[in-house]
Structures are given as C-alpha cells and as structure tokens.
Design a protein around this ligand. Structure first.
Ligand SMILES: Nc1ncnc2c1ncn2[C@@H]1O[C@H](COP(=O)(O)OP(=O)(O)OP(=O)(O)O)[C@@H](O)[C@H]1O
Ligand SMILES: [Mg+2]
Length: 229
C-alpha cells in the first residue's frame, strides 16, 4: 500500500512510511531513552498516556511500536482506549474483536491478535466500545490479558485514554513504565503537573515526557523528548 505525503495516515505512521525523515529521530530517541531508563531490567509493557484528550497519544504509541518492531523485537500495539479507540483506523484494520471482547470473556486471546503486515508488529484493537470501560478494565481479567501479552511478545505498547478518566490510572499502575505525551501548543502547565503527580501517587513508573506539537513544524510536525525530574 502506498501513501502520499499529504495523506493524514502517512503523517500518523511516519516511522513506517518515511523512516529516514528527521521527524522519526524523535521516536528513535524515545525508544532509546526507554531502553536506557532501566539498566538492569528490560521494560516489557509501556503505557502511552496524556493529561487530556487529543495530545498525540495514539500517534506516539503507533510510531513507538513501529520503532520497537524495527529492532526485530516481537512487538504488540494494544488499544486500551476503550472510549475512543483509534488504532484500527490508524492501521486500517477490522475491530470486530479486541481488548473489550477478551475482557468480557467473549473470545480467547488468540482471536484478538492481528498481524499488522509490518514485520514483528502485531495489533490488538480495542474491540466494540463497552458500556462501562473503567469497570471492565478494573476486573482481574486485565492481569490475565497482560500476562498473555507478556508471554507472547517481547514488547507491549499500550495506547490509552487520557488521565482525566480512571481507566488510564488502572493501566498506569499495571504497566512497567509510562510515557506522558503533552502537546506543546495546547497542554497547560497545571494539568501536566497534576498528571505527573497523579502518576507518581499511583506508584506508576513515569519514564519521561514526550513533547508533541504538530503545529510547530508547520508542514510535518515536531517531536521532542525530555525527562521529568
Ligand atoms: N505528531 C503528529 N503528527 C501528525 N498528526 C498528529 C501528530 N500528533 C497529533 N496528530 C493529529 O492530531 C490528532 C490527535 O492525535 P492523537 O489521536 O494521536 O491524539 P490522542 O491523544 O490519542 O487523542 P485521544 O485523546 O482522542 O485519544 C489526530 O488527528 C492526529 O492525526
Ligand atoms: Mg488516542
């Protein structure tokens, strides 16, 4: 499948369509920082979240998973945003079965894993939107799903809803590490600081902050990465 530069989906999966783009450098740095953030133990499950909506979680999670897969590590990108699922649109995949189907006992784990077509990258979409995402994710079945993911893959990249909803905190506690995405042009300081505190209070392992702002670099975008003290 070919994509044109002006195509929205090209921009969203830039690490796949234009791996030599300088913009992909930001994702490479992110990947390396995650690798170096723990000296002794390899982080296996990485949650991508943000203080509010539309700050670039899905784009960051998708490109990070592409970068991980490039290293020939068997990677799965999981759409844990059961409220506003987007991974199936981004990768143009069916969303008949996914996280919600497994969580509600509708199907076995093997039914929810899809091949992305990119070597070493697999996708678990969100599945049908449930009535109560927070309740569904709050059941012990979440640990079973994460265990299955850990057993089958080297890296699990988790897309999630913003921290303003409780599901994200449930996921943040379960993940080995969390990456916080903020939009440089939009995210206000207070919510960002609150999000960091929220994660720390919950005992989440905050790895760092991704600065995303598609408006700064007018044509293509801008990515930055920095550690939170
Ligand atoms: N770095 C980027 N390059 C290109 N487009 C971007 C970038 N960051 C965000 N966008 C665009 O901005 C919109 C929001 O991005 P995205 O869906 O990743 O945010 P989100 O935090 O996952 O949102 P939500 O809270 O709704 O899940 C999307 O249409 C996406 O294509
Ligand atoms: Mg999203």
């Amino acid at each position: 499948m070919r994509r044109q530069k002006h195509d929205d989906r090209y921009q969203k999966l830039i690490a796949h369509w234009d791996p030599l783009s300088p913009l992909v450098e930001g994702y490479r740095t992110l990947k390396l920082n995650i690798a170096f953030s723990t000296q002794d133990q390899m982080l296996q499950t990485i949650l991508v979240t943000s203080p509010g909506a539309s700050e670039g979680k899905t784009v960051t999670a998708a490109n990070l998973s592409l970068m991980m897969a490039k290293d020939r590590r068997k990677t799965v990108l999981v759409d844990f945003d059961l409220r506003n699922p987007r991974i199936h649109f981004t990768f143009e995949m069916p969303n008949l079965y996914g996280v919600s189907s497994y969580m509600s006992g509708m199907c076995p784990f093997s039914d929810i894993v899809q091949d992305s077509g990119v070597p070493d990258l697999f996708i678990v979409t969100a599945g049908p939107i449930p009535h109560s995402p927070a309740e569904l994710l709050g059941t012990p079945r979440l640990s079973e799903l994460l265990e299955q993911l850990r057993n089958h893959f080297d890296v699990v990249v988790m897309d999630s809803p913003p921290l303003i909803v409780s599901d994200a905190m449930v996921l943040a506690r379960e993940a080995d590490g969390c990456v916080l995405v903020v939009d440089a042009g939009k995210t206000r300081r207070d919510p960002a600081v609150r999000a960091v505190e929220q994660l720390k209070t919950a005992g989440a392992n905050l790895l760092g902050v991704v600065l995303n702002n598609k408006k700064l670099g007018k044509r293509e975008g801008y990515y930055g990465y920095g550690y939170v003290e």
